[in-house]
Design a protein around this ligand. Structure first.
Ligand SMILES: [Zn+2]
Length: 353
């Protein structure tokens, strides 16, 4: 009612995913709401937390993987239509958001065993490929021309990105935990190949020497991110880069919708902000990282129905809050990579181990 009086009906036609970014003063309100929530939610020792939470068959309890803090601040309890439900905690020391209990790494395959493909093809495919194109453009010139550079797409799914990568002239390959997806991908690709399993299982990939590694909507699915990122770092050639697209734990939509946030999907395990991603990259030997704010695919593609004035406000709100719904980052393996590519229009944050 109050919102109605304050905002009138002007914003009713704005899609909910854009509304929080364009309504006057909503950013300040949501940020205050977030400070209130994290300031008043109790912080509990891990053993006390374990006593009150049921532990699923394929689950384990965790301490914060970014800083080692064992205390837990329970915040959210996302749930979905087909009966899944989990608990999201915040690390009181570094702010990392993660599911706790989490999925045991050896049982990760259970999440992707069947039925994942219906989700990865069809109308979804066109939107996905548009998103890949927009992100590659945001980090131009790294992806403009492949020039036979070696590219690894980690979590390559049905091969939608590998298709674009081979078209651009990359010498591309992929790896994925769904055998079904791998088979589907290899049918649609001409030169690029995908493999089933972990990178270490595939000799061609384990040999390393990649110029580019891409993680498209994969980071939030990794139960052992430090191990994985040490491996990615070692698989990169001198001058190599790692591209990451993931949901943003600083999203203004998360602050507005809480447990109902779109980033809390069935298979997501950990939720990064630009800050906690810097910790992960710094601890695993990367030299720097640049972030490209995400304004939403329709805004960036120029197909949004928002009036120009509201589009400009949306962009400002994303910039001021670091709160786009997705996070896009380009990590540099070493100084050579920073020298070769730079951050384009984006600032490069230097990282220290
Ligand atoms: Zn922490």
């Amino acid at each position: 009612m109050l919102a109605k009086l304050a905002y009138g009906s002007r914003y009713d036609r704005v899609p909910w995913s854009q509304r929080v970014y364009v309504r006057p003063a909503e950013r300040l309100f949501r940020e205050a709401q977030w400070r209130w929530l994290t300031g008043r939610s109790p912080v509990v020792p891990l053993d006390a937390y374990q006593r009150v939470r049921p532990l699923g068959r394929i689950e384990e309890f965790l301490s914060c993987m970014m800083c080692g803090e064992s205390r837990q601040q329970p915040l959210y309890e996302p749930a979905g239509g087909d009966g899944w439900r989990y608990h999201v905690v915040r690390c009181p020391s570094c702010g990392f958001l993660y599911r706790n209990p989490n999925v045991r790494p050896e049982r990760l395959g259970d999440l992707y065993a069947t039925g994942y493909n219906t989700f990865l093809t069809g109308g979804y495919a066109a939107n996905r490929q548009r998103r890949y194109d927009l992100t590659m453009k945001a980090f131009s010139p790294v992806f403009d021309e492949g020039k036979q550079r070696r590219l690894l797409d980690f979590g390559s799914g049905a091969g939608l990105f590998l298709e674009l990568a081979e078209q651009r002239g990359f010498d591309a390959c992929g790896v994925d935990l769904s055998a079904e997806s791998v088979a589907l991908a290899n049918e649609r690709l001409s030169r690029a190949r995908t493999y089933f399993g972990a990178p270490g299982d595939v000799p061609e990939i384990a040999a390393g020497g990649f110029d580019v590694i891409t993680l498209w909507s994969v980071l939030a699915h990794l139960p052992r991110p430090l191990e994985d990122f040490h491996r990615f770092r070692s698989l990169l050639a001198p001058g190599g880069v790692l591209l990451i697209l993931t949901v943003n734990a600083r999203s203004l939509l998360l602050k507005a919708y809480g447990s109902k946030w779109s980033g809390f999907t069935r298979n997501h395990l950990m939720f990064y902000s630009s800050q906690t991603l810097r910790t992960l990259l710094g601890r695993t030997g990367f030299a720097g990282v640049a972030f490209a704010p995400h304004y939403g695919d329709t805004v960036e593609a120029g197909t949004t129905k928002l009036p120009a004035e509201l589009t400009a406000r949306l962009r400002r709100t994303v910039d001021l809050s670091d709160g786009g719904n997705m996070m896009r980052a380009l990590a540099f393996a070493d100084e050579e990579a920073i020298g070769r590519w730079g951050g384009g229009p984006h600032r490069i944050h230097r990282l220290r181990a």
